[in-house]
Design a protein around this ligand. Structure first.
Ligand code: PEP
Ligand code: MG
Length: 599
């Protein structure tokens, strides 16, 4: 009998979302260990066992760290560093020894007590990111516990494949990044994906699964109970579903879907080194949006023509101490260097609305005059450029860091949420001040770094000439432009059905911005989600767009679409769409055009 389990699906853009294989259950946690009292004469022995276990795990992590491939994603090193740090924390490695001595208990018991103590502290933290890091502490302690029980390093033992040649799907209570890396290193083991009972979208296991390209379904509460060793499993990571022992007809369908996914990804990957051009030979820039420096790897893998949007606020979130100039410089320079001269558009801090600093970080900035303590409507409040202009030191620090990064690559500054011309003027004078400061401090920078603006507030889209005169390029943030034009909070699920990128008002503002920019010979990009929607490529091309910036996983699909489009027919489609005033009619036109075979 087939059955189904649900969880949080994790898909990596570059890999298939379906995995088929035989279940291999990983040994249950060793945390359920024996706890007993000891005599004073045994204290030294128990302490030595603890020391030995910690040393084994340290050696294991160090060994993994020395074998990390140079092209491995940045997260890999970051996890190993984090787990090494947790391992060396005196709260974890010293306290259990004291507990053995003071309470006369065995090493396993002492470690369990201390683990619960540390995790309780983590779980009391308000911030979700830090709270979820208790999972990392548990994973590290679990490895120490395994080493403690067995007296040796805890390597996962696996058969290379199932007996019938099927790949393996691992079923575990939890998988630590260390375990995943160990598996990845053993190329003879053919793992297709994994299912865990713990973990969610923001867990490190999820992040690493994504960057290693392994489909997974996490947080499946009773996975180990429901799945037997050797069961045939289909993992549909897009739907977050695990099919156990599927019927033959269903399995055939899944195999076909998997084959089609592999073929289309293979075909797309072949496009990586081809220049993006339309059928009539017009070159188009396809850039990538990134949130952290580590995402650059995905952008390069997709063959992006540059970074069209670096959302720098992610460097500032989930931490109490804000990044200083040097830390920011390292992050921006890392991206600029990796892109080897291709443009890197660094957006200044877009904090506010749904992207907030921690309470402590906010307090460290001091309360600025006029800054509300509680915002009743944060999307319309102190956000993005408004925030930066109210906290000059924060802004100047970031501008200096961005300018310094221009000495190692091609850097551009992008300013979010502009609505007033005086915001552009103030920004430009801050940039000039940051340049002077760098000159005084004898730091290198490129004096010609261009400053551009995001068009994402209707007020800016409707008064473009004044912006165009002062800026060097424009980037249309359609995500916010839709939100502010239609008065739909983009984070509010109750009005999500009204959030419509094909609303004529939105399309007119986008088209107008492209046209006005073009007339002034100013480069114009779209960097909102619309740029990565393959069904909208023809419409945007027809409006005159020549620069698209999107999530790296979309770059090759948009490129493939462009090869089959001509600017002339696209312009005709855009003209028809812009003449229509009924969103339903517009949708039909887009669907019809998208259904036409390429070419
Ligand atoms: C946008 O608003 O379209 C945009 C790209 O910025 P963000 O999604 O970061 O607000
Ligand atoms: Mg925006």
């Amino acid at each position: 009998m087939s059955s189904e389990l649900a969880g949080v699906g994790i898909v990596s853009g570059a890999s298939p979302s379906i995995a088929i294989g035989r279940a291999h259950r990983l040994a249950p946690s060793e945390l359920e260990t024996r706890h007993y009292s000891i005599e004073r004469k045994d204290v030294l022995h128990e302490v030595a066992r603890l020391n030995n276990a910690f040393s084994l795990v340290r050696a294991e992590i160090d060994d993994l760290a020395t074998h990390v491939a140079p092209e491995a994603p940045g997260e890999v090193r970051a996890f190993l560093d984090l787990h090494r740090m947790i391992l060396d924390d005196p709260l974890l490695c010293d306290e259990p020894r004291d507990l053995v001595r003071s309470r006369l208990i065995n090493a396993e018991w002492a470690l369990t007590i201390q683990l619960e103590q540390v995790c309780k502290q983590f779980e009391a933290i308000e911030d979700e990111y830090f709270r979820s890091r208790s999972q990392d502490v548990r994973q590290v302690v679990e490895r120490v516990m395994k080493a403690l029980v067995s007296g040796r390093s805890a390597t996962v033992t696996l058969p290379p494949k199932a007996a019938d040649g099927e790949r393996l799907i691992l079923i575990a209570r939890d998988m630590s990044p260390t375990e995943m890396l160990q598996l990845k290193r053993r190329s003879e083991v053919d793992v297709a994906g994994f299912v865990t009972e713990l973990g969610g979208r923001t867990s490190h296991t999820a992040i690493l699964a994504r960057s290693l390209g392994l489909p997974a379904v996490l947080g499946v509460a009773n996975a180990r109970e429901m799945v037997a060793e050797g069961d045939l499993i289909v993992l549909d990571a897009e739907a977050g579903r695990v099919r156990i022992r599927p019927e033959a007809a269903e399995l055939t369908q899944y195999r076909q879907r998997l084959r089609a996914q592999l073929e289309s990804r293979l075909a797309l990957r072949k496009l990586k080194s081809r220049l993006a051009r339309t059928k009539d030979g017009i070159a188009i820039d396809l850039m990538a949006n990134i949130e952290m420096p580590e995402d650059t790897r995905e952008a390069l893998e997709a063959g992006a023509d540059g970074i069209g949007l670096f959302r720098t606020e992610f460097l500032f979130m989930n931490r109490d101490e804000l990044p200083g100039e040097d830390e920011q410089y390292e992050a921006y320079a890392k991206v600029a260097r990796a892109m080897k001269g291709k443009p890197v558009v660094i957006r200044t801090l877009d904090i506010g609305a749904d992207k907030v600093l921690t309470e402590r970080a906010r307090r460290s900035l001091g309360i600025a005059a006029g800054a509300p303590t509680v915002e009743s409507n944060p999307a319309l409040g102190l956000r993005a450029i408004r925030y930066c202009l109210v906290y000059p030191e924060l802004f100047l620090t970031q501008l200096r860091a961005i300018l310094r990064a221009s000495s190692v690559g091609t850097v551009r500054i992008l300013v979010p949420m502009l609505a007033h011309v005086h915001e552009v003027e103030q920004t430009l004078s801050f940039v000039a001040r940051a340049r002077e400061q760098l000159k005084e401090r004898k730091h290198k920078y490129d004096a010609r770094v261009p400053v551009g603006g995001m068009i994402e507030v209707p007020a800016a889209a409707l008064s473009l000439p004044a912006f165009v005169r002062r800026l060097k390029f424009l980037s249309i943030g359609t995500n916010d432009l839709i939100q502010y034009t239609l008065a739909i909070d983009r984070a509010d699920a109750s009005v999500a059905h009204l959030y419509d990128h094909l609303h004529p008002a939105v399309l007119h503002l986008v088209s107008r911005t492209i046209r006005v920019g073009q007339r002034a010979r100013l480069p114009v990009a779209v960097c909102g989600e619309m740029a990565g929607e393959v069904d909208l490529t023809e419409l945007l091309l027809g409006m005159g767009l020549r620069q698209f910036s999107m999530h790296p996983s979309q770059v090759l699909s948009v490129k493939e679409r462009l090869f089959g489009l001509s600017t002339k027919t696209s312009a005709k489609l855009a003209a028809r769409v812009l003449r229509a005033d009924d969103p339903l009619e517009i949708r039909k036109m887009i669907e019809k055009a998208a259904a036409k075979p390429a070419g």
